[in-house]
Structures are given as C-alpha cells and as structure tokens.
Design a protein. Structure first.
Length: 512
C-alpha cells in the first residue's frame, strides 16, 4: 500500500514520524525483555544482601511473573480505552518508579513489592507498545521491517539481559540491574510523548468489563503460579493441583462471560479467528522450549563449564546474532513475498534442528563445534518465525481491539515461559536423580562422585531438550496447518468504524 492508498476512506493515514516512534517503542520493549533475564543473574547477590531465605527467593521472579501475566489482558484493554500513547507513557513512568524502588530495596518485602509493581506497569506497557506498531504501520513492506526490528528485540533481548546483568553484577552492584531501567524509561517516555501521534478513531470507549477483568486476572495468576509452584514443590503438591483446577474453572467462566457481555474484555473474535489462534498457540509452544533452554544453558555454562556470568552472557551472542539476522534479513524480506506459515513452520523446524544438536551435549562438549552452531540455528529459526507471528497476531484486527490482541501475544509468551521453566525443569530434575541413583554406587572417590553429579546434570538437561525438540516440531505443525493467511497485500489495521460490519465474521486483511 502506498502513502496515497493509505489515505483512502476507512483506513488509517500513515504517520510521518512513525520510524522515529519505532525507536522509542523498541527501546521500551528492550527494557521489558531485558528485565526478564537481567534480574536472574543478580539474584544470588541480592538474596545475600537483603537476607532473603532460599524458600522465599523465588518470589523475586514470581512476584513479577504473576502481576505481569495476570494483568496483561487488563493492560491491553486499558490501552484501547485510554489510548495507546497514554498507556505507553504511564507504563514507562510506573516501570521506572518501580525499578528505582527495587534498586533501593532494604529488605525482602520492599523487593517483592517493587517486582510486583514492575509487573503491573509492564502489563500496561507491553501491549501498548505492540498495538502502537500495529496501528502506526499500515503498509505491508513497512510493517514487515518494523515487526522485523520488534521481533529481533523480543527474541534476542533476553540474551542481551544475561550479558548486561553479568557486567553490572560483576563490576558494579546488583542494584544497577534495577537502576539501569530508569534511563531507558525516561528516554523512551520523553521520545514517545513528543514523537508518537496515535491515529484517531481507534479507541474502544465501551464500559470496562469488570467480571471479565476479575476472572481473567485470577485465572491467569492461578495458572502462572501453578506452574511456578510445580517447579519448586512438585506436580503432586496439593496446592499446585488446586491452582490448576482453580485456573481451569476461572478461565472457563471467563470465556462464558465474554461470550455473553455486551462489551467484553477480550472479544472472542480476536482469538477464534484461525490465523491469530494459530499464532498464539504456536508462539506459546515455542516460548516453552526457549525458556527451558535459557535455563539449562545458563547452568551448563556456569556450573559444568565454569564460565563467569559475563562470559556466559557473551556465549549467548550467536543466538542473538541469529535472531536479528532471521528477523530482519529473512523474515522481513520474505514476509511480503510468501505466506506467513511458510516462514513460521520452517523457522520453528530450523530451531528444532538447533535444539536437536544440543541433545548431544556432554561434560566435555566443545563450544565451537556444538554449542555455537546449535545457537546460530536456534536464533535463525526463531527470528524467522517470530517476526511474521508478531505481525500476523495484530494484522487485520479492528483498531479498537489492537490492545487486547497485542496483550494475547504477550500472554501466550508469559504463560509459555512459566510452563517451559516448570515443565522442562521437572523433566531434567527427574532424569538427573535417576542417573545419579544408578551410577553413584560405582563411584568410590570424591572426584568420581563429583563427576557423576555433573554427568547427571547434563543427562537431565539433554533429556529435557529432547522434549523441547518435540514441542518446537508441534509448534511448526500448528503453524503450517492452522495459519492459512496468504502473503499480505495491504495488511492494514483499519479504523473501528470501517470494520464494524465485519464484527460477526472478522477476517484478516490478507489475500487468500
């Protein structure tokens, strides 16, 4: 679509400052993604300083995950109601204030509160950022480039967080892993305030669906906490089972409410459309595999190979390079030429091939001949798949639903991350325990026993990685079978008035 075409009735006129706006949106997204991993590196130091017990330390991660995962749909709806620019700026200001509180924490309660607040404002910020892109970039080729950059940051930012977290913790102080968010947020908020001009007519001013907010928040919190608890307490723990049951009941009630209320929090047309449903499902599965892998490789490099935090962060660089290349050079260039499923399906399969290489991991495995090619393949595959997935998740959606559609992408990633960490960690721990039990009897000396322990760890990781391979193949199958959109010929997010007539059968604006 040309600039002239974008001015046709019923479509949104392209914003002349959209590329400047992309810089600040990308900066904010980088801050949120960095925060997911940067704090993990700093956790041992923060735990020691603040006197947090081993039993409570998980709450530094869990408090953020629960608030973020539970409030994403609400945050997306607020962005649609207030306007995405306002939600974006408020989200950034709140995230910066919560980060300052975390960096200044003097006890565990202050730390947990700061992390929960970060999650609250992150849940407002993340959907606002993605939906701003969706409504500002309406030309198919420009949209491909913009989402290529966004996809690379969304995929590779976590690994950058490992490098930055290692540097800050090793050479400065763990508190800087929080304080570093403040300049990011200030620059992004100031830039957004002056540069972003949100298209008019895209707000959803319907009254807020309070029952939907309560049911979705409680249901998602119960689901994320169930998986988080399963990791530490086991799958047979009564509270873990109770959380899963409660989550199932609450989310089912949420769906029933959304089908009946006049102004739903999550209009079912957003998720029941075949292509978007396929994106949410395949992306969630891919994140399950990726989150588990980040965890195992971090431990493998630091505990088994003896890498420092900084060296570990740099070891992930090939994955970042692969993701940026896959997203901006493969995904963005081919997205306007081939249907999205032909990028997503093969992308997930290439990532599965990289994961398959890692099943050959042993204590003495070479970084150059095994880990390096595996991480490059993982990055290339994920980058190529993430980019069209991110774009398709909001493509063709009514402008007034852009916030909740964006929130669903983040929700599938957040829930996928919680499932991945818990599920694959449980598989690894179980395989490690059985290996050590079988081999420890034959170890007579202390060095031999230590060797068995390390071999058991690696055995556990490779077992879990086999599961991750299967999950990525399943993501590829879902992408190839469910996603049936053709290559985009306009890809515009239209004004709400223009598509009101399509409410009953929402169809993405793509050529079939």
């Amino acid at each position: 679509m040309s600039e002239t075409a974008s001015k046709a009735p019923g479509t949104v006129q392209a914003d002349p400052s959209r590329w400047k706006a992309l810089v600040f949106i990308a900066l904010a997204q980088l801050m949120v993604v960095l925060d997911a991993t940067i704090v993990n590196i700093a956790l041992p130091s923060a735990q020691q300083d603040l006197g947090i017990s081993d039993g409570n330390r998980q709450w530094v991660v869990t408090a953020y995950a629960l608030a973020f995962g539970g409030l994403l749909l609400f945050g997306g709806r607020i962005a649609d109601l207030w306007g995405r620019k306002r939600a974006f700026v408020v989200g950034l200001a709140g995230f910066a204030a919560a980060s300052a509180l975390g960096g200044a924490a003097t006890n565990e309660a202050m730390m947990f509160g700061a992390r929960a607040l970060q999650g609250v404002f992150g849940a407002l910020l993340a959907p606002a950022a993605l939906s701003l892109l969706a409504v500002m970039f309406t030309d198919a080729k420009e949209r491909a480039k913009a989402f290529g950059i966004y996809g690379a940051i969304a995929g590779g930012g976590g690994a950058v967080g490992l490098i930055l977290g290692g540097f800050l913790t090793e050479y400065l102080d763990w508190r800087w892993t929080f304080f570093v968010n403040i300049p990011f947020a200030v620059v992004a908020a100031a830039g957004a305030y002056f540069v972003i001009r949100e298209p008019e007519g895209g707000r959803n001013r319907s009254p807020l669906d309070i029952p939907g907010v309560i049911l979705s928040t409680l249901g998602l919190v119960a689901l994320v906490y169930g998986f988080t608890r399963a990791e530490s307490e086991g799958w047979s723990d009564s509270l873990t089972i109770g959380m899963f049951v409660a989550s199932g009941v609450l989310l089912l009630a949420f769906v029933l409410v959304e089908a009946k209320v006049k102004a739903p929090l999550l209009p079912l047309r957003v998720v029941t459309e075949r292509n978007r449903g396929g994106v949410y499902l395949s992306l969630g599965l891919a994140i399950i595999a990726m989150f588990g892998l980040f965890l195992f490789l971090t431990y493998y490099l630091q505990v088994v190979k003896g890498y420092t935090p900084v060296k570990t962060g740099f070891a992930f660089l090939p994955m970042i390079v692969g993701m940026i290349t896959g997203s901006t050079q493969i995904g963005a260039r081919l997205m306007t030429r081939v249907p999205p499923r032909l990028l997503m399906g093969p992308g997930f399969l290439v990532a599965a091939l990289g994961m398959l290489l890692l099943t050959r991991m042993e204590i003495g495995s070479s970084y150059a001949t095994l880990l390096l090619p595996a991480m490059l393949l993982l990055g290339l595959g994920m980058g190529s798949a993430f980019m069209p997935a991110m774009s398709l998740s909001t493509q063709g959606v009514q402008a007034r639903d852009a916030g909740v559609a964006s929130a669903m992408v983040n929700t599938s990633q957040q829930v996928g991350g919680a499932i991945g960490t818990a599920l694959l960690n449980t598989v690894a721990a179980s395989a490690t325990t059985s290996y050590i039990t079988d081999h420890m009897a034959s170890a007579t000396s202390a060095p031999q026993r230590q060797l068995v322990q390390l071999e058991g760890m690696v055995h556990g990781y490779t077992n879990a990685i086999w599961f991750a391979v299967g999950i990525l193949v399943a993501a590829a199958v879902i992408a190839l079978t469910l996603v049936n959109a053709g290559k985009p010929d306009m890809g515009a997010v239209t004004g709400s008035d223009a598509q009101d007539a399509d409410d009953a059968v929402p169809v993405p604006v793509v050529a079939h």
